[in-house]
Write a protein that binds this ligand. Structure first.
Ligand SMILES: Cc1ncc(COP(=O)(O)O)c(C=O)c1O
Length: 369
């Protein structure tokens, strides 16, 4: 009886997050020294010296608690986007921000609308905050119809979470659609939460940064992370631009010392390295294009992407995933991301992409036998 009663029943509605396979795990299993990890969309490029130095500086202060308000980082981000520091949240990754944010806004019985397939963490964070999830599936691999999303918001809907560009499809919502969505949600009193983890990789002029919506429409929360183009995934730091009332509520739900001092210093230093970020962006976009062309030459059905990963459709995707592991290459199973029959591959360093393509070629010969 105790076993049945002790944990929350609604947690049965969701599976725990299936993360990309860690390098160390595959090394333990297969004894490889060199692994190519293309499963978590991290930045593979080395960090600039100034960021490494900031990490060392921060590491000398770890006997003290970090500054809970992340004063300097918050100020830098406010200046970067032309908003007030009172409209900025600094949190322990997008993940940390989402959990505390949803805890700050959800009342019992309220709903979160989630266009799917998308980053599975939204559902986990929503259920953890006791929200009811309304999932709206995209038609094929097309983006969701904005009208569909709007019509599924009821008087119980508190927020709609959208990923732009989306993980795992790599597609973005064009400017006009996003404005339509934001304006309609504003009129319905629904908070629009836009996760822009991959915004820096978009090279389509039809993209609209969420902060513009925040300025124009207001009832919007935009989340950006330091885990992707800034290369700080292990330090767990992200930020959000949000209405002050939301920031004030967030301040009551988040773990007080959630952003450590190394992360605060490294993130501030990373933001200052604009040339480095520009360079990583250009190199990633060039590699993405090369990888897409090579995959299509191999006959793989691959969707063009605005982010630092590509989505491949293949009926034997799980088998290909397993065989690639044996070659020392980790990609991501679509089934982990709500899209069975697909593989997601991050854009790596040129030599990593080459190793992936060579291994894939080899694997495909046995898969197609
Ligand atoms: C859509 C999306 N948002 C955010 C993140 C990054 O999260 P975090 O900032 O918690 O590292 C990822 C990483 O895979 C992602 O795919």
């Amino acid at each position: 009886m105790w076993v049945k009663k002790i944990v929350r029943e609604d947690l049965n509605l969701v599976e725990k997050y299936r993360y990309g396979k860690p390098i160390q795990e595959l090394q333990r299993e297969l004894g490889f020294e060199k692994i190519v990890k293309l499963c978590s969309n991290e930045s593979p490029w080395p960090l600039p010296d100034a960021v490494c130095e900031a990490i060392v500086r921060g590491s000398k202060e770890v006997q003290r608690y970090p500054e809970p308000g992340s004063y300097f980082l918050r100020k830098i981000i406010a200046t970067k986007w032309g908003v007030s520091p009172k409209e900025v949240i600094i949190g322990a990754g997008t993940e940390g921000i989402l959990h505390s944010l949803l805890h700050a806004i959800i009342n019992p019985g309220e709903e979160i609308v989630l266009p799917t397939p998308t980053y599975p963490l939204y559902k986990l964070a929503a259920i953890a905050a006791s929200a009811k999830c309304i999932e709206i599936n995209a038609k094929d691999e097309d983006y969701w119809m904005v009208e569909d999303l709007i019509s599924n918001c009821s008087e119980k809907t508190k927020a709609l979470v959208i990923c732009n560009p989306n993980n795992p499809t790599g597609k973005m919502i064009p400017r006009s659609e996003l404005i339509k969505l934001a304006v309609e949600l504003e009129s319905k009193g629904v908070l629009l939460i836009v996760d822009e983890a991959y915004a820096e990789y978009v090279d389509d002029p039809a993209y609209l940064a969420g902060v513009e919506l925040f300025r124009q429409v207001g009832r919007v929360v935009v989340i950006r992370t330091f885990s992707k183009i800034y290369g700080l995934a292990a330090l767990r730091v992200a930020y959000a631009i949000a209405p002050k009332v939301v920031v004030d509520a967030y301040d009551k739900t988040h773990p007080v010392f959630e952003v450590n001092s190394i992360a605060q210093k490294a993130a501030a230093a990373a933001l200052a390295e604009e040339d480095h970020v520009r360079e990583v962006r250009i190199k990633t976009i060039a590699e993405r294009k090369k990888l897409l062309e090579s995959l299509r030459e191999l006959g793989m059905y691959t969707i063009s992407s605005c982010a630092n990963f590509l989505l491949i459709k293949h009926p034997k995707s799980d088998l290909i995933f397993e065989l690639l592991l044996k070659e020392g290459v980790i990609v991501r199973k679509g089934s982990d991301l709500g899209l069975p029959g697909h593989l997601r591959v991050s854009v790596g360093l040129p030599e990593e992409n080459e190793k992936f393509l060579a291994s894939l070629k080899k694997v495909l010969t046995s898969v197609e036998l």
